[in-house]
Structures are given as structure tokens and as C-alpha cells.
Design a protein around this ligand. Structure first.
Ligand code: IVH
Length: 683
């Protein structure tokens, strides 16, 4: 059986490589999924053959745990920046003075977040963020979900131990999708793909990471005694081993050649599916790199050339204030249309009152607009020399432009909010649109325009009113008619079957996105239990912090909201379900690190068991660890660290005894387990 599992893993790794690295798939998604399911089934049946590098783990797990801090074996330095061709030529002149005329590798400067990945005997063992350059976060579980990073290397001529460094990126397509989802869920969108990539890599749940579509490029091989003479050679080798190495790398022997490369990349980068913010120029030969050496912060054999963000100067005519579903007020500038980085810009974000005051932006000013990583262009400055003589400082609004309510500022937030959640029209319409969305109540046939119309005509004032709508009321509306009206009403009725976690998400409680809703439902099982929970108890749910807990409490103490919920209940909407039952509290908050492979359970199963019995999983051994659950082939470093810190080391049998399953009968065949629906659904 092991043979079949290994064969499937190899095959799936190959298909992943062809799809995510080469962009040249050999089989259909359907066939890929079929093979993956086959592997998953075999792995479930033979947990003793579990392997953290199995392609089945690319989907991630909800139990990544906290990140351990790991010291970098080789520091992660940054690059010194140059901003003009002259500055870049100075670098080349210095190199020439010190080591003579030489060859350079020119590369794209990827705008993501840096990662260092360690491979031992061709297998990915660790991935660490840059951190402060000397130590970073161990994000191995998250990085394993990125399909374009090989878990096992191809060929057999790689060094037995090396680190490879590169950039984790979020391609524009993934970024747009993620932000659309976040906005729909009332969560703040990421400002740019770089922040989104960094934020995603630090997600506690690797399952979330797996869904977000991260990608990577590797650009630097590090190790003692690498058997290659140059950077270029190393990266060509790395490409053969299955790493994603940019095809845009070029060799240059003159500053003219480098200038030309920079010019071409500056034109090209608009068309790339990910962000680049410059080029990197590296001395190719390792012998010369060693001669040039390092400063405290950066190598003396490489330099970055940063592109200037494109700017345009135009007139600010008026400012609109948009009120979103959550009541957040966003000032938007209306500009004289101007060409910028390939598109015509007419509107730009002004962010918030503070930003306007800081830049002293005034009506009728000539302002500089810039397209950074952000989707919406922003105003970055004012051309004071062209300010009209009669100009006066901009006065920010004090009242909601939609409903006239006095605006408020919440602690730690730069934006103003309209607190009139129940009666401010764009907030109500926005909430209804959020409620009916596909991933929420999935009510079909009602678009944004129809919802706005129903609101204007006084047919709906809140989400509960939807359930009182009749086909007779809907049919006369423009573009509807009897058939559509019937369908809408049926779809509304059917939404009563939507499971509670999605209902909780649909309510549109601030900061409660899909994942938070699921986590709250898993912990409490019903809206009543959530309402009865104390702030401290709410904080115990996965990924629920103070901001979320306070928002939930506030939502559930609002009379208007409670009335709406009571009406939804009457309409049959689900307000319970989705709870993940705990089995006992026998582990009572004690912390575990799992390492190695086990006879009767996979590591994910053991992690689940730890949680279900009230324990906590940690990703790495530290002074906070109570137990190291040690299996076969565990890493010697982990063992040594545990011994040094006096962490108790236990085996699988001892662990099962701790949770009352250690009867030696083999946990997988215990009859209670088979009858237990919770366990049945988990394993
Ligand atoms: S080489 C010792 N190459 O830029 C040299 N870095 O400011 C290590 N970056 O932290 C870096 N593209 O995150 C290198 N082609 C490239 C790069 C690159 C982007 C990032 C990297 C680094 C930062 C330095």
C-alpha cells in the first residue's frame, strides 16, 4: 500500500509542478481531483504513512497554531536602494574598482514578502519569514500550501542541505478576488498585494492560506559550500529541481546593458500579473561576491533600482462622501480627468480626515495623484505654487451626508462612522445586499438595483422584511414580472434552510466575516449561546480578538437588531448548528507540540484530539510547551530543545491514555468512536 501512496504522491507532485510552476498542465482538473481523493482516502486508511510533505496537505489545516520564532542560519539582509541611473552607475563603478569589470545578473524586484525555505535531502523542512533579519516566524505549514513551492525536489543533484530565498507574492487576480470577498464581508480590504501576501502568510489557519492563491519566485540560494561557481548557475539548477525561477533574469556586462534592462522592465511591468517595484542587480560570480563582502545591513555585491511610482498633476474639483454598509465614511475626490499609468483617472481616494489635514488638501488645489500598489489611485500631495489665492482649509463633514446623524470616530480607527446603523439608507441597503449574497443567504433573483428600489418604495426596511414580501408586491416592479417574482419569493423561503454559520455571516455584524462566523458557530453552536457568552468566553473562539468580541456584543445588545432576529426566527431562519463538540476537558489548556509520525493517527487527527479534549497546539517547542508528543522520525533539533527546556516528552500511547483512550485496543477500532457522530465527521 505504501508503494501506491508514494506513487500517487509523486504523480500529484508532478502535476502540481506542471500546473503551478510551468503553467503547462498535463491532466484535467477533474482527473487531478480524482487522484487527490484517491490519495486522501488511502492516507486516511493508512495513517501510519502520513507525511507532512504529502501533496494532500496543500489544502492546509485549521490548526496551524502560534508561530515559533526561528533564528536564521544566515541573516536575511536587505538591499541598498538606488533611485536614479547615476546612483546605479556608481554601484557598478565601485564594483569595477574593487574586483574589475565583471558580469551582473539583472532580475525583477518582486514586491511581496520575503521567505527563506530550507530543504534537507530534497525535502522541504522549514519556511521562515524575514522577521528582523536575524530571526523570523516559522510559517512552514502555511508555505506548504503554496502550490508553486516544491515539497520534494526533482532530480538528484541538489545539495543535501540548503536554504533558498525568494518572494511570496499575491498575483493581481487573487488579490482582486480576496478584496472583493473581504468587502462583501464588511472587512477592510488589503491596501495592496504586498500587504495581502504578508498578512496571508501570518494567518493562523493554513486552510485559509491555501485558498488565497499565493505564488512565489525564488531568487537566492544560500548554503555552506554550494557546488556552483555563480548565482546564475545556482538558479538554473534550482529551476531544474522544480523551483519557480523568473524567466526575466538576464546577464549583463555593461552599464548600458543594465540601463536597457531597466528601461524594458519599466515598460513591461504594467503587463505582469504581479507587482514589481524595481530591478535587482547582482554580481554573478560567487568568488567576486565573497571579495566584495557585506555591510551590516546589505551585500556589497548587489543593489536594487527602484522605479518611481507614476504621478500625474490635476485639479481637485469636489469631494464626495460615501457611506458603506458598516457606516464607514470614505471621502472620494472628483478630479479633472488625467492619464496615469495607462488609464484615465477621474476619482481618487482621500482616505480620511486626518490624511486630508496632514496634506492640507483643499478644494480647487492642483494635486498629485499616484497609482501605488493600491487599486484606487490616491492623492499624495499638493502643488502649493498653484493654490488659488482665496483658498481656505478643507472642512471635513461632521454629519452623515445620507441621514444627517452626527458622525463618530472609534478608538484606533482613522475613519469617521455614521452610527445610525438601523436607519441610514446606504447602510440598510448595503446590509440587505450582503444578506442575500451567494455566500450568505444565497437568495436568487434580487440584484443590488432591485434591493435599492424595494427600499425606496418602502417595501423593505431591513433583512427581516424580505420574508414578508409577496409575489404580488414584487411582480409590478421594473424588469421583474410574475415568474421572477414567484422565483424570488421561493428563493427567500428556501433560505430558511441555510445553515447557522452562514446566517451568522449574513447578519453583517461588523468584523464577522465567513471564517469568524464559522469559528463562533463551532464554539457556541447557537445565536442564543453567543448572546449569553461573556466577552472572555467570546475571546476563546478561534481567531476572535477584542475588536470582534466587542462588535458582537454591541450588535446583540441593540434593540432593533434583536427585533429583526426575532422576526427572522419566526420566518424559520436557522439560529443554531455548526457546533464542534468538545469531548472532554482532560487536557485542560495544556500545550502540545507534535513531531514525527505515529502508528494509529495522522498528525492532524492528533491535533484535533488535543483541541477536542481542551488542549492547545503549538507549532514549535518553547518554554510555553507542556508536552512534546513524539513520533517516529522526529526532528533531532526539536527533541534536543525539548530536553533542554525540560518539556515532558510523551509517545502516542501515553497521549491516548491522557484522553482516556489508551486501552491498547487501537483507537481507530473502538466501538464508541464509530458511533460518535462528531468523530465520524472528523476522521
Ligand atoms: S536578493 C542578500 N533578489 O527585496 C540579498 N531580493 O530590499 C537578498 N526582493 O528582502 C535579496 N526581489 O524581499 C533579492 N530578485 C530579488 C528580489 C529581492 C525582491 C526583496 C527581498 C529583499 C528586499 C531587499
Amino acid at each position: 500500500m505504501l508503494e501506491q501512496i508514494l506513487r500517487l504522491r509523486k504523480e500529484l507532485n508532478e502535476h502540481n509542478y506542471r500546473y503551478y510552476v510551468l503553467n503547462d498542465p498535463l491532466i484535467s482538473d477533474y482527473d487531478f481531483d480524482r487522484k487527490m481523493r484517491e490519495l486522501q482516502e488511502l492516507e486516511a486508511a493508512y495513517p501510519q504513512y502520513d507525511d507532512p510533505n504529502s501533496p494532500s496537505h496543500r489544502v492546509g489545516s485549521d490548526l496551524t497554531g502560534e508561530f515559533a520564532t526561528v533564528a536564521h542560519r544566515y541573516p536575511m539582509l536587505s538591499l541598498s536602494n538606488t533611485y536614479s541611473p547615476d546612483e546605479m552607475h556608481e554601484f557598478c563603478d565601485r564594483v569595477a574598482r574593487e574586483v574589475g569589470e565583471t558580469e551582473y545578473v539583472c532580475e525583477l524586484k518582486f514586491d511581496g514578502t520575503a521567505i527563506s525555505v530550507t530543504y534537507e535531502n530534497g525535502r522541504l523542512v522549514r519556511a521562515v519569514t524575514r522577521g528582523d533579519g536575524t530571526a523570523g516566524d516559522d510559517v512552514t505549514a502555511n508555505v506548504r500550501t503554496i502550490r508553486s513551492i516544491p515539497l520534494e525536489l526533482r532530480g538528484d543533484d541538489y545539495p543535501s542541505f540548503f536554504e533558498i530565498r525568494g518572494e511570496i507574492l499575491m498575483p493581481h487576480a487573487s488579490f482582486d478576488r480576496l478584496n472583493a470577498e473581504r468587502e462583501e464581508a464588511g472587512e477592510a480590504p488589503f491596501a495592496n498585494p504586498r500587504n495581502a501576501a504578508a498578512g496571508t502568510l501570518k494567518q493562523q489557519s493554513s486552510a485559509v492560506v491555501a485558498r488565497r492563491g499565493l505564488d512565489n519566485f525564488m531568487y537566492y540560494l544560500v548554503g555552506d559550500d554550494l557546488p556552483y561557481a555563480s548565482h546564475w548557475e545556482s538558479l538554473q539548477k534550482a529551476k531544474e529541481w522544480g523551483f519557480k525561477i523568473s524567466d526575466r533574469m538576464e546577464l549583463c556586462r555593461s552599464t548600458e546593458c543594465i540601463d536597457d534592462y531597466i528601461r524594458r522592465v519599466d515598460r513591461l511591468r504594467e503587463t505582469l500579473p504581479y507587482d514589481t517595484d524595481g530591478v535587482v542587480i547582482k554580481v554573478n560570480e560567487y568568488a567576486l561576491q565573497r571579495k566584495l563582502g557585506y555591510t551590516a545591513k546589505s551585500p556589497r555585491w548587489a543593489v536594487a533600482y527602484k522605479f518611481k511610482a507614476e504621478q500625474a498633476l490635476t485639479r481637485l474639483n469636489t469631494v464626495d462622501f460615501q457611506v458603506g454598509r458598516t457606516g464607514a465614511v470614505t471621502p472620494v475626490a472628483n478630479l479633472d480627468p488625467v492619464q496615469l499609468a495607462g488609464t484615465t483617472v477621474k476619482r481618487a481616494s482621500l482616505h480620511n480626515a486626518e490624511q486630508i489635514a496632514l496634506l492640507d488638501i483643499r478644494l480647487h488645489d492642483m494635486v498629485y495623484v499616484e497609482k501605488g500598489g493600491e487599486i484606487i489611485p490616491k492623492i499624495v500631495g499638493v502643488e502649493l505654487s498653484r493654490r488659488p489665492a482665496d483658498s481656505t482649509p478643507f472642512e471635513y463633514i461632521t454629519h452623515c451626508p445620507e441621514c444627517g446623524t452626527l458622525l463618530v470616530r472609534y478608538e484606533g480607527e482613522a475613519k469617521h462612522y455614521c452610527p445610525n446603523q438601523s436607519h441610514c439608507p446606504p447602510q440598510i441597503v448595503g446590509r440587505i445586499i450582503h444578506f442575500i449574497a451567494r455566500r450568505a443567504m444565497d437568495i436568487e433573483g434580487l440584484g443590488e438595483e432591485t434591493v435599492a428600489l424595494l427600499y425606496e418604495q418602502g417595501l423593505i426596511r431591513n433583512i427581516a422584511d424580505l420574508y414578508d414580501l409577496t409575489a404580488g408586491e414584487l411582480a409590478p416592479l421594473p424588469r421583474l414580472g410574475e415568474k421572477s417574482a414567484e422565483n424570488i419569493v421561493t428563493s427567500i423561503r428556501r433560505s430558511a434552510e441555510v445553515p447557522f454559520p452562514r446566517v451568522l455571516f449574513a447578519l453583517g455584524i461588523r468584523f464577522v466575516g465567513e471564517t469568524t462566523a464559522k469559528n463562533l458557530a463551532a464554539r457556541f453552536g447557537s445565536l442564543d449561546a453567543i448572546a449569553a457568552a461573556t466577552r472572555e468566553q467570546l475571546l476563546e473562539a478561534d481567531e476572535v480578538g477584542e475588536k470582534i468580541a466587542d462588535s458582537v456584543i454591541q450588535y446583540l445588545s441593540d434593540e432593533d437588531n434583536l427585533k429583526i432576529i426575532a422576526r427572522l426566527r419566526k420566518a424559520g431562519v436557522q439560529f443554531s448548528g455548526g457546533k464542534r463538540e468538545g469531548l472532554s476537558d482532560s487536557l485542560g489548556g495544556r500545550t502540545f507540540v507534535i513531531s514525527g509520525t505515529f502508528a494509529a493517527h495522522s498528525r492532524d487527527q492528533l491535533k484535533e484530539l488535543i483541541e477536542l479534549h481542551g488542549g492547545k497546539n503549538l507549532a514549535a517547542v518553547s518554554s510555553n510547551t507542556d508536552f512534546l508528543l513524539a513520533g517516529a522520525n522526529m526532528g533531532p533539533a526539536k527533541l534536543a530543545k525539548a530536553q533542554k527546556l525540560g518539556v515532558e516528552i510523551i509517545d502516542e500511547e501515553r497521549f491516548l491514555a491522557m484522553i482516556g483512550e489508551g486501552d491498547g485496543a487501537g483507537a481507530a477500532s473502538s466501538p464508541e468512536k464509530e458511533n460518535n457522530p462528531v468523530q465520524g465527521s472528523l476522521f
